[in-house]
Design a protein around this ligand. Structure first.
Ligand SMILES: Nc1ncnc2c1ncn2[C@@H]1O[C@H](COP(=O)(O)OP(=O)(O)OP(=O)(O)O)[C@@H](O)[C@H]1O
Ligand SMILES: [Mg+2]
Length: 364
């Protein structure tokens, strides 16, 4: 009897990679694979395609994971809502209901938090922390926005600190004590920009948020620690396209330089080599010259694409020697439903005896 394939990635799994390579789909399929092993797993997605969102029951943004009806295990899914994630974080740190209300409704907070929440990397990592802390899940799979830069993740906790505790805030706090003096340069600019009431709002902001700065600092430190924990692993998703290959190599180099744990490489949408075309003369007899030429041209194109993809795959394999690598072919048909995810899952974690996999390849 064959051993079950090893799980791809650690207990906490962050799917990263270039734009459009299949991060969201692979994250959902990885989660499905883990659920099919009997785990209680949650996948946090970012901007899933409408059909995938529907398949996972995630038409709306939500702060809470929802259960997806699948066979074995428990699959849970949610869509990241960056603004809400930050609001909940603040709400959780507020000493009481009044402070919470005042903080969340404060105009300065709303302006600043919208800017910070614009960073999906930050919210994603903060959500990972929360789910790990109180979700009771066996594993968590995190989808991420397209990133060119691994530092977007590493920076995320520091950005949280800078938001509330950075130099700009210290400056504001220092000047906030002089709230009456609109001539102070920083406040003067704010005052001119956003109206006279802004000074009162700033003072209120500090009153409300000031008591949370320490708690936020502690949270940022905890989030950063979790990112660096060996249980938190990065699964790099790529495609064999040349530009993506080079971007992926650079990205992974950064991850490694930052001492983050790289668990696996998924090379998605590899065009396989097909059957050779019959000789053109034989085809011409059957189809006529014109059609035979067209068939040959299209087979030629397909072969060229397959050759280029094989070269991209090889370059990736050579650059990631020693790393678990999975190649997924360009698949036909619907992928953005639960059955489609299962098809993909079989490439990510083939099950013994499964026959629907034509060429899964896992190389250590
Ligand atoms: N192996 C595959 N074969 C065919 N189509 C695929 C495959 N994997 C993913 N796709 C399709 O590619 C498209 C992009 O996938 P997905 O949305 O997961 O990419 P992404 O990396 O999350 O994109 P973004 O960077 O915009 O978030 C989707 O339509 C998906 O169904
Ligand atoms: Mg995506």
């Amino acid at each position: 009897m064959s051993e079950p394939a090893p799980q791809l990635g650690g207990r906490l799994c962050i799917c990263v990679g270039a734009g459009g390579v299949g991060k969201t789909t692979v994250a959902a399929a990885l989660a499905r694979a883990r659920a099919d092993r009997g785990q209680r797993v949650v996948v946090v997605t970012i901007d899933p395609a409408p059909r995938l969102a529907q398949a996972l029951g995630l038409e709306e943004l939500s702060g809470e994971p929802r259960r997806v009806p699948t066979g074995a295990g428990e699959l849970w899914a949610m869509r990241l809502d960056p603004k809400r994630t930050l609001d909940e974080l603040i709400a959780g740190l507020a000493a009481d209901e009044g402070v919470r209300e005042r903080a969340l409704s404060n105009r300065i907070y709303r302006e600043l938090s919208a800017a910070v929440a614009g960073s999906q990397e930050f919210s994603a990592v903060a959500k990972l922390y929360e789910l790990d802390r109180d979700g009771g899940f066996d594993s968590i799979v995190l989808d991420t926005p397209p990133s060119r830069n691994a530092l977007d993740f590493l920076d995320a906790p520091a950005r949280l600190m800078r938001f509330f505790d950075g130099r700009a805030l210290r400056l504001l706090i220092a000047q906030g004590g002089l709230a009456g003096r609109a001539s102070a340069p920083f406040l003067g600019v704010l005052g001119r920009l956003t109206g006279a009431g802004v000074l009162r709002e700033i003072a209120a902001f500090f009153t409300a948020i000031g008591g949370m700065v320490e708690g936020l600092g502690a949270r940022a430190a905890a989030v950063e620690k979790l990112l660096r924990d060996p249980a938190t692993t990065f699964v790099v998703v790529a495609s064999p396209r040349r530009a993506v290959v080079e971007e992926t190599i650079a990205f992974a180099r950064e991850l490694r330089a930052a001492k983050l744990t790289l668990a696996a490489l998924v090379v998605n949408r590899v065009h396989p080599a097909g059957q050779p075309a019959p000789p053109q003369a034989a085809l011409a007899e059957l189809l006529g010259e014109r059609l035979a030429e067209l068939v040959h041209a299209s087979v030629g194109e397909r072969d060229a694409r397959a050759t280029a993809d094989a070269a991209g795959l090889m370059r990736l394999r050579e650059s990631f020697m020693g790393l678990a690598t999975v190649a997924i072919p360009e698949l036909e048909g619907e992928l953005e439903d639960l059955a489609g995810l299962e098809r993909l899952a079989l490439y990510l974690e083939p099950r013994p005896g499964s026959s629907s996999v034509d060429s899964p390849s896992v190389a250590q």
